[in-house]
Design a protein around this ligand. Sequence first.
Ligand code: FAD
Length: 438
Amino acid sequence: MVDAVVVGGGLAGLACAHGLAAAGRSVTVIEAADAVGGRARTVWREGRPVDRGFQSLFRAYPETGRFLKEIGIRRRDLRPFTRGAVFHDGRTWSRFGPPPTRAPGGGVLARSDWARLVRLVGEVVAKPPEALLEMDGPEPDTETFLRVRGFSDEAIEGFWRPLFGVIMLDRSLGADPGYFRFLLSMLARGPAVIPADGLGMIAEWAAASVEQRGGVVRTGEPVAALEADPGSGGRRLAGVRTASGELVRARHVVLAAEAPAARVLLDPVDPASAARVPDAAASVTTAAFLLDLPLYRGRTIVLNSAPHDPDEGTRIDLVCQTTNVVRPEAGEGPHVLLATSVTTGTDPAAPGIEDAVARLVGRWAPGFDWARHARHVDTFVHAFAQFRPLHGVRRELPGPRTAAENLILAGDLTAHPSIEAAVASGRRAAGIVEALSP
Ligand SMILES: Cc1cc2nc3c(=O)[nH]c(=O)nc-3n(C[C@H](O)[C@H](O)[C@H](O)COP(=O)(O)OP(=O)(O)OC[C@H]3O[C@@H](n4cnc5c(N)ncnc54)[C@H](O)[C@@H]3O)c2cc1C
């Protein structure tokens, strides 16, 4: 009998387990996959970290910042995108981001849109992040919000859609404006960063820290069911049942699986909460390449801001040579290049993504011999990369408490679709278990 069993070794589950282990509680994490990290995992190819899908975190994420410190990841381990983002609109290049950001004449935004951006950023940084998240209306989506704020078509198509399309994994900019304002405030408060050993470093260090404090992290076997305590009339759980039939007994169960898996496990115990687990998916596919010559230099993402051509097939939205950011000293290569296609609303698998990257690089850098210098190493498909925070969705999400008094829900599905929400939800779940414990 442990104090808590945590279902899911993603960032939410590990943040919870870490909080409990640090408080002296006995905790077991059960992760279905063969490694921890969930959606934030890294694999290694030829000595280089390759994230299983391009992603970064904002250094200003408040709860994540505290958590990283606790597990020993220092500020200097968080490698920033010092050169912001570079846009290619099909004809020309322009850059956005520090230092120094030039607006009119050469920048990605015209003078009037630049002034609107400065005003909007001033407003969002003046408010605490939680307050921004509470403001999800009155406009139905981010695009409408931006139009109401007066942004031109050029700014929306050439700046907001390419940039926030890849941040939200949704080129329709369908997220509620509260979530958008939260993300904008994070972007304005500090750079996007990737840990030195890739995003998966967070989960790996967190799991090691849990184990150092006496916790147990099991991988490679899923939990098949949450097990009711027969004597409690359905009010309590006895623990969880693994796929091999083992009953892991626990005083508390924390369910920290991703939305589709959480819904299935939760339904027999608390159908009302299960029905509130979000189901609209944002999807994304990332192709990973190893390059023996760098495609570009600089710690930046490259965004495709060309108008969408319905006949183009799979569209590449973002290219990032991540080794420029996490291994700036490794001049020799191989260089890791990730290319992302946001597929929300289309075929999540992005058919032909590897060829689409080759064609795009051919247009962007005709002098670069892609066939000679690039090797495809992985393609990562995330059909449910995150839930879509469409208007009103966040207000309806399930809370951490459930119909079973010792079952606590965690994961981004309880707040908003981000690393910050996952970590914060895990820490909150640990606090609830602590408060319920004698
Ligand atoms: C490609 C991509 C790009 C992203 N970009 C960003 C970004 O730039 N910035 C940002 O903030 N966020 C981004 N996100 C979102 C972010 O990664 C997630 O919000 C966060 O990692 C969710 O963590 P979690 O712990 O809630 O869920 P998960 O990471 O999904 O963890 C859930 C875990 O539960 C396990 N599990 C499921 N069922 C069972 C079971 N039955 N038994 C045992 N274990 C089970 C799963 O294997 C998984 O490891 C991105 C996501 C993706 C996929």
